[in-house]
Design a protein around this ligand. Sequence first.
Ligand code: GLP
Length: 232
Amino acid sequence: NGLKFIKVNNPDEGSENLFNFIKEALEKNELHVIGLATGGTMIPVYKKWVESDLDFSDVTTFNLDEYVGISDDNPNGYAYFMNEHLFSKKKFKKVNTLNGLAENLEEECQRFEDLLLANPLDIQILGVGENGHIAFNEPGTPFDSVTHVAKLTPSTLEVNSRFFKPGEQVPNTALTMGITSILRAKKIVLLAFGEKKRAALTKLAEGKVDTDWPITKLLEHDDVTIITDLDI
Ligand code: GLP
């Protein structure tokens, strides 16, 4: 497989590593379209980009996923997250996000997938869920999935509830790029920090592709970099 593990001492060093990877790709003129992720893992990553002189004005972005029923101005949504941490502070050529308020969700997914096909991803950045999900492709998601409406598992609802205020419901439905949409990227960089991510990385390192662990599909890609502080 095309997996390369980079061991770092902490998330900050991991973010620095990714920063250099992105900087080099920009300098070599190899980065025109990038897939972006949300989640706690990404906060120090985007902070570094914002504080730098990296020039993304010729780069188009695609975000991996969004909750259904959450508007742009809802702090729990991924659109809000991206605006707060990156898009309001750095200029991009074009930003593409999934609209979780679309009247017809299937059509919204198709619109997004068509845009992805027309603008192939040079680099996709990924985090990983504790249960091995990538974007919102939960365990059991068919590997041939493209952008689709996804039901979230109780475990993901529980884990992600930490970002919601007490009493606020985590939506149980989301729009997400599919596993196939993600795997089409030329290069993939996955960041995973902390013990909670050990099970998922261990499955990956075991080298067996298994739909119960969506992350393992990365084994079939020829250019994946895993940046982690775990000894796997
Ligand atoms: C969410 C997102 C994923 C992300 C995961 C991990 O479920 N849909 O794209 O990888 O959370 O998030 P964190 O970085 O907060 O651990």
